[in-house]
Design a protein around this ligand. Sequence first.
Ligand code: AGP
Length: 615
Amino acid sequence: MCTVVGYIGKSFCSTFIFEGLARLEYRGYDSAGFACIDSVNKKLVCSKASGQLSNLTESLKKNPIDGFTGIGHTRWSTHGDFSRNNAHPHFDCSQTISVVHNGIIENYNILKTQLQSSGHIFYSDTDTEVISHMFEFFLTSDTVLPRVVADVVRLLEGTYAFIVMSQIFAEQLLVVRKKSPLCIGIGDGEMFIASDVIAFAGKTDKVFFLPDESFAFVSKDGIHAYDFYGNELLVEIKSSTVVFERSEKNGYEHFMLKEIYEQKNAITKTVESLSRSDSFLCDQLGLSVQALCDIQKICFIACGTSCHAARIAQFFFESISQLPVDVQLASEFRYKSFFPEKNTVYIVISQSGETADALEALRLINTHGLHTIAITNVATSTIVREAGGFLLTCAGPEVAVASTKAFSTQLAVLYWFAHRIALEKKLIESNDLSQAEENLLTVATILESSLERYKYEIDHVQARHYACYDKAIFLGRHISYPLAMESALKLKEVAYVFAESYPAGELKHGPLALVDNTMPVYILSHQDSLIYQKLVSNAHEVKARGGRLIVFAYAGQKELCDLAEAFFVITHDVPPLLGPLAMIGVLQYFVYAVAKERGCPIDKPRNLAKSVTVE
Ligand code: AGP
């Protein structure tokens, strides 16, 4: 989740380092740090600040430092609080070895105790600091650098991508990687190092992706790479097509709001790109036509909002493609018993394509030789590179930590894919697929028009009213239950409201005890008449206990709306399976407005990061 960047070359390093950190700040914003080898006295100098990168930029304006070799970091705290003291880079006792790190050194406590007993003094509470002290320790007895690195990594447990900069080997930077991503951009007499290619996009298109469990010495003109046993590796240079699009708010107060409004276009672009993909679809999926026909089960693996998209898609695949579906949280999947199944396609959904839990689950499935498909928003992501095939959402960069347009485009891809498999299995005709595409475009318009319809009322009445409550219950049934899960997650992460979601039928099995006149209960309706009637009964149960009922319903659901103190209705005809997609815009806007009313930092909620690259 942290970002590491490094530069060595002909220019002053601070320009690239700060631009690179800014481009990747979505990965963590608890603190920031920068160190370089001073261009005049050749000594290591450093500046750190707690909080967002802008705090460090401000402090550097007062006390500038720069050089031709440098490293930088933005932090998402794992070990130790957000203080300046725990900000990277971290140093050894002599302050001549500096380290920036992304990942977790799991056995840092044991290593720290050993180092402390041999006289090393620690200045932070982080796991990272052991790395600089270990280099200090091994460099006193050995000067062959690859051997020293091999000695250090042999003792480090966990996942890491780190950069070491030292006065001892000032003409090069050392980069080390185990599981966490790290890549090197090769320029003309300069090298750019970063957690993601986007940091140096536009500066060079030549990239060396450091292989897993390897390290490299990077000078301004060359790279020498080694495996963890010290054997030299071939440096395979790839060409990158990544383009950095600077995201602007374009007049919107927050990125979240802008992205809510971008959904209509994002869904349209996604559907258009899917319908154009027919001639190369099988290649892209890594499946033959026959293999598509032979699919007997789908297993989704994802985290957070992406997992909610999977839970909604379960209903698409079960009803449209008539396939059994299993949905697994990536962070749990890895530690459960795994029974590989033939003719099952494992679909990993991840907006960023970098989520560590999802990536590790993918790797585990790959080791069994099973077919994997990635659904992501980032074509160059690690998950796309490592999966057997992929489908892309065309949401464009999503900047706000809260996922909005990524979620709705995931639903679009999944709805389309369920139809595409059904077509191959001869369950539907090609005009049904065209109709499905048409429906997605119509629903994208309904998503926006519904939120427009309620915007004024939410801004002027509902947001103010419901912003006073610190808790909430979201209820749904069938396909509206995962929508309830997603809505509760949004309210938690953006508005800091303790929100829980339940299948409405479970209310009486415990959560009903929480309901009184201080509890807002949000009921997300369903268009199926049987399920709707059950939801009406659940609404009565809430109302009888004085609960504050807020309903999100569909046209003709007056009985449910009449029970509520506030209601929002999707007035257009929507295919029942696309109900959640039509409704998500109003829900997201409601959460956004409540969060704004509560004074929350909407785009960068506390404690979170956009890309979760630690397990
Ligand atoms: C969504 O609002 C969250 N920020 C979060 O749950 C997110 O969906 C999750 O971390 C998964 O991310 P991914 O889609 O990039 O894998």
